[in-house]
Design a protein around this ligand. Structure first.
Ligand SMILES: *Cc1c(COP(=O)(O)O)cnc(C)c1O
Length: 388
């Protein structure tokens, strides 16, 4: 068999301006990075609080390595569940106000694991159309009847729930939508789900650390309890600056995942030192609310500046601030123009977002300065020609 067929598909993707390539990062995460041998100012990291290269986390990681070694060594159910993992699970449960929490090696695996442990062919899963790929994949893989509802639209969800006679119904949504930056209307979604006897699962990958008084995310911001959001998932590689993910919920939920979530059972535990570093991260997330306040100030500064330049922003109060462009080639032109000026902002194109909604996805971090945001705005001003 030849690979010509693959070459044709690759060529098609190039022609459509959708080809992706990887950049080589030669520095730690931070506002100023070295990429492909060039120093530049980056606005595309998910390290929202600026913790990925924080001295306290690096110190904790080193200490974790000294205490626990490097590899997890085995799966959690065999010999890989270390006291570092366990302590982090207890701390995450306490922070989120849930009886228990369970660590996964990545957010992608957590989402596949949870949905597949809870549902099978007799069941139904209801997903927001703009949910993260891992949630969609989890739903499709589960074999449950798969339905998408209109973006952040509880009425559209209700219509679908009312028609369903599935054994179990699981409603699944991003807390903060990863490509649009808007926050799900969780109080409405929770009410609609409860009334239909469905469970609500929230993936708060982009809200954890960023939203709520102690950074516990959109459930904290809205004051929602476990009965409102029985399945709460968060990731540790974004706001927390480390790696991995967790699910928080009832005793029955967590025990079900330990017994049935295949992406939990059949994989090596994350390196315990990562869990140890995450404990240090959780302390900063909870206590240093100035990081959230600084982020909010930068968000306001960016939004008012970009709007004055005539760029179309989306309804986002989070550090994800997409500039809507539409055309994939135009999004690439802007992204390349920024790069020539030493600024790094990723262009997001289909299939990550729907056709015709290509965008520049600006993300802000608490470690950006106001001057750095102003540099981005000045470059966007220079590039404006093709936009208006
Ligand atoms: C990043 C992300 C994930 C995946 O988490 P990883 O830990 O990076 O695998 C899941 N859901 C959402 C909404 C995300 O943005």
């Amino acid at each position: 068999m030849s690979f010509d067929q693959l070459e044709a598909a690759l060529q098609e993707r190039r022609t459509a301006h959708l080809y992706r390539r990887r950049r080589l990062l030669e520095s730690p995460q931070g506002p100023e990075v070295s990429v492909d041998g060039q120093n530049c100012l980056a606005f595309c990291s998910n390290d929202y609080l600026g913790l990925a290269n924080h001295p306290a986390l690096k110190q904790a990681m080193i200490e974790g390595v000294e205490r626990f070694g490097v590899g997890g060594g085995a799966s959690h159910l065999v010999m890989g569940h270390s006291s570092a993992h366990h302590e982090l699970e207890e701390a995450l449960a306490e922070w989120t106000g849930r009886p228990r929490a369970l660590l996964f090696s990545t957010g992608y695996m957590a989402n596949l694991g949870v949905i597949n442990a809870l549902l099978d062919k007799q069941d139904a899963v209801f997903e927001d159309r703009l949910n993260h790929a891992s949630l969609l994949d989890g739903g499709l893989l589960s074999g449950a009847r798969f339905q998408r509802y209109l973006h952040n639209d509880a009425a559209s969800l209700k219509q679908r729930l009312d028609k369903s006679d599935a054994r179990r119904k699981l409603v699944v949504t991003d807390g903060v939508f990863s490509m649009d930056g808007d926050i799900a209307d969780l109080p409405e979604l929770a009410r609609t789900s409860r009334e239909a006897g469905a469970w609500l699962m929230v993936d708060d990958a982009h809200g954890m650390g960023v939203l709520g008084q102690t950074g516990a995310g959109c459930v904290e911001q809205f004051g929602l309890s476990q009965s409102d959001v029985p399945v709460l998932m968060g990731t540790l590689g974004k706001g927390f600056g480390t790696a991995g993910a967790f699910v928080a919920g009832s005793e029955a939920l967590i025990e079900t995942l330990i017994q049935f979530a295949r992406s939990y059972i059949y994989t090596t535990s994350m390196p315990p030192a990562v869990a140890w570093a995450t404990l240090a991260s959780l302390k900063l997330v909870r206590e240093e609310s100035w990081r959230r306040e600084k982020l909010q100030a930068l968000i306001q500064r960016f939004r008012s500046g970009a709007q004055q330049l005539g760029y179309e922003l989306m309804a986002s109060e989070t550090p994800i601030q997409p500039i809507m462009i539409g055309d994939a080639a135009e999004a690439m032109r802007l992204s390349e123009g920024l790069e020539t000026r030493g600024l790094f902002v990723s262009a997001i194109r289909p299939p990550t977002v729907p056709a015709g909604s290509s965008r520049l996805r600006v993300t802000l971090s608490a470690t950006h300065s106001e001057q750095q945001v102003d540099r981005l705005l000045a470059a966007l001003d220079e590039l404006r020609g093709g936009v208006a």
